[in-house]
Design a protein around this ligand. Structure first.
Ligand SMILES: Nc1ncnc2c1ncn2[C@@H]1O[C@H](COP(=O)(O)OP(=O)(O)OP(=O)(O)O)[C@@H](O)[C@H]1O
Ligand SMILES: [Mg+2]
Length: 317
């Protein structure tokens, strides 16, 4: 079997998005809204779709129910060129559906339910993990990566085969883990990519460099703090790189972080040096925000590479 470039592991779900929700009822139990739509999402899906569009040979290891929501995710993954051979279809656990209410004033509420706890054990599929040049944990600290043993087994399997390990993060939902709780696994992570809020939460620090120092002190090799509209910050034990955000008109930041990570990993695997890969990732995040939806704006590697060359002057280090 040919090796995958990237295996994305973790969250796959459907977002049911109700926009323009009016909280005033029109009858005893009836409400109205401007629109309702079903959207394929979850970090592992967003990362896999983006990496595949960028040209990486990409697979996904995730668990879906044997239901219509699962079929929808599979068809979207296939349409975008993601290898779905390793998607588990569980008879017991339904595909998670997140319900999201976007009020007319733009504020939003999202509701997760017990299906988001995912009774999914990626550590039981070592052959797939071993057959990948790199793995991306969709979200460290969220199921299935909120169990220390799952994290340790998956990461040590990957590292034994010399795979690169990228870990994106999320704030906890059902189960809370601290860095200390997973200290044995942290030295197995090559790149951790929290956003600013997540980094603050897990490190207790407010300055990106201090946040990075905490992660580095646990043995994580490289730290990238994603700073939204401010760009990103990189630190390892040798160097620090700060990149300002590209100057674009953002309309929807959903999935910007996932696009960033997918872009960074795929570019490193193509042989780019660290700074070039960061620049490329910074562009992937920026481009993602220019259209509604997590996987809409990025079309190809050429598109991002052209964006990087044409936008050079608006970027300062
Ligand atoms: N308004 C913006 N303008 C330019 N670039 C942006 C903007 N917002 C995000 N980006 C780019 O996208 C990257 C990731 O965004 P962000 O920090 O929001 O990640 P995130 O919170 O993990 O996103 P998500 O979890 O929603 O996918 C940033 O580091 C930056 O490179
Ligand atoms: Mg994120």
């Amino acid at each position: 079997m040919n090796k995958l470039d990237i295996l994305c592991i973790g969250t796959a779900l459907i977002d049911s998005i109700i926009k323009g929700f009016d909280p005033n009822p029109i009858s005893a139990s009836g409400f109205i809204a401007d629109s309702g739509s079903l959207n394929v999402g979850g970090e592992a899906v967003n990362e896999a779709v983006t990496a595949a569009k960028l040209g990486a040979k990409t697979g996904i290891l995730c668990s879906l129910g044997q239901d219509a929501a699962g079929d929808m995710i599979i068809s979207s993954l296939k349409l975008n060129g993601v290898n779905t051979d390793h998607v588990i279809r569980s008879a017991e656990n339904p595909t998670p559906v997140t319900t999201m209410f976007v009020n007319a004033d733009g504020t939003r509420k999202s509701i997760t339910n017990s299906s988001h706890k995912y009774n999914f054990h990626p550590e039981q599929y070592p052959d797939i993990i071993k057959n990948s040049r790199a793995i991306i944990l969709g979200s460290l600290f969220r199921a299935p990566f909120n169990e220390p043993e799952v994290i340790e087994t998956v990461l040590s399997t990957a590292k034994k085969e010399g795979a690169l390990v990228f870990a994106d993060t999320k704030l906890p939902n059902f189960k809370v883990l601290s860095l200390k709780d997973i200290k044995e696994s942290l030295p197995l992570i090559d790149y951790i990519t929290p956003n600013e809020d997540e980094a603050k939460y897990y490190t207790g620090k407010t300055d990106p460099s201090d946040m990075a120092d905490v992660f580095l002190s646990y043995g994580i090799k490289n730290v990238i703090i994603k700073l939204g509209g401010k760009g990103c910050f990189f630190k390892n034990d040798k160097q620090t790189i700060t990149l300002k955000a590209y100057d674009i008109k953002a309309v929807d930041a959903t999935g910007a972080g996932d696009n960033f990570v997918a872009g960074f990993a795929s570019e490193l695997l193509l042989g780019a040096d660290l700074e070039a890969a960061l620049r490329f990732a910074n562009a992937c995040g920026a481009i993602c925000t220019t259209a509604v939806g997590a996987c809409t704006a990025i079309k190809s590697r050429d598109q991002v590479a052209n964006f990087v060359s044409n936008s050079e002057s608006s970027l300062t280090i």
